[in-house]
Write a protein that binds this ligand. Structure first.
Ligand SMILES: [Zn+2]
Length: 704
């Protein structure tokens, strides 16, 4: 019993707190919609405050307020108009979109997880009551309990966190004992911010576990289910401050930074916001902090002894880990997949090094960091997202962990990716078949082809009673060395992730709650709505027909059927013609029976299920019908010359390997503007123009 108490106390120390968020205030704010919609972040409110005899500038964002010493060094820059523009290292207002989006994404994720855990606990309690009523005093069976006769989903009852659900069951005897034990040890409240190793007394939740009614009866107040977040590279603690104040279900946030001055700032800001009981400020290398959980996991599993019905102490893995570094987050991937819950924990990843993953300038560096070669061309940012997701997926796969991208956005100069992590060696088997090489005509017409590293195929089992997925080899290159449309060189990129970039359900859950978010707190909701709606529309292209019987693993094998996008101006540039307007081009493809949407990555992008042979046929028809070109000006061996099928046709085909599809050439193309318009979603702010001149990542903070 003593062991059980001490283990549970450790659990409470790290996961529960004494001061609840003012949920009523939060609720009021979330429901308040008073300000006019704005496409740009809410202007940052700043003013001077004096604290402990020192003067600070206070900056407000969301419900958080952060203090910056007035003496802090600033990077003064001159913009093109000559006005002095001061960008302080400690706060970048451009990233408010990232932070607003992350708070709302964690809210959608967390509420879903909490609801599932609550349902699981209720079912468990009902069974316990039923047994008690029936007089059945036999001990519970070990192993996973069941809900409704079926196996409990891993998201509810995880492989590596088998005791968390029971630990949060506040009616369990051991937790009650801990409450009593903790109450006895209660000390006067202090304002020091605890650390992971030495949590403050406030962080134990001892003052929030019980209440004494005036009638003298003794009632226990349920503990909130634990929900912990790691802000791994916290700097001033702004994200951590927003999480604990804007997400009522969050019980603890660990705000970690490498530098003593940052940790000092985190503690100061936590006190300034009155949330020091919920924030554990730790000074450590983020990787060291995350890897430290491995040894704790080993010890935890060692303490568990199923034969003696002995429970392991609760896992300290985080529900959510936020990686928001300056530059690449790739160096943190391996540690992060170890430290996040493996029953569906959430990783939030930012990478700002677009010069590496979205260009050909540093291909060798991109391979070193992300294990793949970037794509050159208009669609390079989606390829960058896929490279980074592949790096995450392979880091996780080494440990039997599978990732599921929930939302993957290319935003301005960086990417923000939300993935769910789950222990599932069976799912990991599908990864190679969801990883692709890309062949790109990056010097000619911009066409691409893709090829999976393995093939996930459904085949009949030996008994003939059903199907199973086989992970077979792929054949040689699907592309020639030269482009089949223009004869230019094809270049190789990848390997990169080939599955869906988003979960439609996850995006919808954020969008559903968006109207309830106060525009005063979340200044970027207009842009969030535009970008998420566009991301959702990316997923509307119908997959190719599949005549095989449905299988339970179909979702695991799912590929993005039509990755990437192009811009009509890129095509027009390849054949030196006037650029078709977006509506006419979309109308032409739709008139031929193809679906057309757009990518959130780039304004003006066209994403379609039409093959490149059809796309180039449409462009040839555009020239013939609408925008003739001076053919005599085109060089004989140029891509434009071949794309327009000029000169001696048979000789041209032989020389350049250009293939001609005579059936496609017969298609009648009509440039119907009306058919190309999307009237239903007018008014959405799909893409943001640069908010101000000379903007982008700020100077790298010292010590990072
Ligand atoms: Zn080409």
């Amino acid at each position: 019993m003593l062991c059980s108490i001490s283990n549970a106390l450790r659990y409470l120390t790290l996961r529960h707190v004494s001061r609840p968020v003012n949920t009523q205030l939060l609720h009021t704010i979330m429901r308040t919609m008073t300000s006019k919609a704005k496409a740009t972040p809410t202007p940052v409110e700043t003013h001077r405050v004096v604290r402990d005899g020192q003067e600070f500038t206070e900056v407000r964002e969301g419900l958080a307020r952060i203090l910056n010493p007035v003496s802090a060094k600033s990077d003064a820059q001159k913009n093109s108009k000559g006005d002095e523009e001061v960008q302080k290292v400690f706060y970048n207002p451009i990233q408010q979109f990232n932070r607003d989006l992350t708070v709302l994404a964690i809210k959608a994720y967390g509420e879903d997880v909490i609801a599932k855990r609550k349902k699981f606990n209720e079912n468990k309690m009902n069974k316990k009551r039923k047994r008690t009523t029936e007089g059945d005093e036999r001990p519970q069976k070990q192993g996973k309990p069941v809900i409704g006769g079926g196996e409990v989903p891993e998201a509810v009852y995880g492989a590596a966190n088998p005791v968390d659900a029971t630990a949060m069951d506040t009616t369990e005897d051991n937790v009650d004992a801990v409450c009593d034990d903790a109450k006895d040890k209660k000390k006067p409240e202090t304002h020091s911010t605890g650390t992971a190793e030495e949590p403050s007394e406030q962080a134990t939740g001892t003052t929030n576990t019980e209440e004494q009614p005036q009638d003298g009866t003794h009632q226990r107040k349920p503990l909130p289910p634990p929900f912990t977040i790691l802000d791994a590279l916290s700097a001033t603690g702004l994200r951590a401050l927003r999480y604990v104040q804007e997400l009522p279900f969050v019980t603890s946030v660990t705000a970690n930074d490498l530098t003593p001055s940052a940790v000092e700032a985190i503690k100061r800001n936590a006190q300034h916001n009155g949330v020091e009981s919920k924030i554990n400020a730790t000074q450590s290398d983020a990787r060291a902090h995350m890897y430290s959980l491995i040894s704790e996991e080993v010890a935890r599993e060692h303490e568990a002894n199923p034969k003696r019905f002995r429970r392991a102490p609760p896992s300290k893995k985080y529900d959510v880990i936020d990686l928001d570094p300056y530059g690449t987050a790739a160096t943190f991937f391996d540690a992060a997949v170890h430290a996040v819950r493996d029953d569906g924990g959430l990783l939030c990843v930012t990478c700002t090094d677009s010069g590496v993953w979205a260009s050909h300038g540093y291909s060798e560096k991109a391979f070193a960091l992300y294990g793949g070669i970037p794509v050159k061309g208009f669609h390079s940012h989606e390829a960058g997202l896929r490279l980074i997701i592949n790096a995450l997926a392979t880091s996780a796969a080494r440990h039997g962990l599978a990732i599921e991208p929930l939302l993957s956005l290319s935003i301005d100069y960086y990417v923000r990716i939300f993935v769910r992590v789950k222990k599932s060696p069976a799912s990991v088997k599908f990864l190679a078949g969801k990883t692709m090489i890309v062949y790109s005509c990056d010097q000619g017409c911009g066409a691409w082809e893709t090829q999976m590293l393995l093939r996930n195929r459904k085949v009949p089992n030996n008994k003939g009673s059903g199907m199973f997925y086989k992970h077979g080899l792929s054949m040689g290159p699907t592309s020639d060395q030269f482009c089949q449309h223009c004869g230019s060189k094809m270049h190789l990129s990848g390997p990169m992730y080939a599955g869906p970039l988003h979960s439609a359900d996850f995006i919808k859950s954020i969008l559903d709650e968006l109207p309830n978010a106060s525009k005063e707190v979340y200044g970027t909701t207009t842009r969030i709505a535009g970008m998420l709606n566009t991301a959702l529309e990316e997923m509307c292209l119908p997959p190719p027909p599949d005549n095989t019987p449905k299988h339970q693993d179909d979702e695991l094998a799912a590929l993005e059927p039509y990755p990437f996008y192009f811009h009509p101006s890129y095509l027009a540039g390849a054949i030196h013609c006037e650029c078709p307007d977006e509506d006419s081009f979309r109308g032409a493809l739709r008139g031929l029976g193809y679906e057309v949407t757009r990518s959130h990555c780039k304004p003006g992008s066209i994403k379609t299920n039409a093959p490149w042979s059809v796309i180039w046929h449409v462009m040839r028809e555009w020239i013939r019908q609408k925008a003739p070109v001076r053919e005599d000006k085109l060089k004989e061996n140029s891509a434009a010359f071949r794309l327009l099928r000029l000169g001696d046709r048979s000789a041209s085909e032989e020389r350049s390997k250009v293939k001609v599809d005579s059936e496609v050439d017969k298609l009648e193309v009509v440039f119907n503007k009306g058919l190309g318009q999307d009237k239903s979603k007018k008014g959405l702010v799909r893409y943001q123009m640069n908010p101000k001149e000379n903007w982008g990542p700020l100077s790298k903070a010292k010590g990072h």
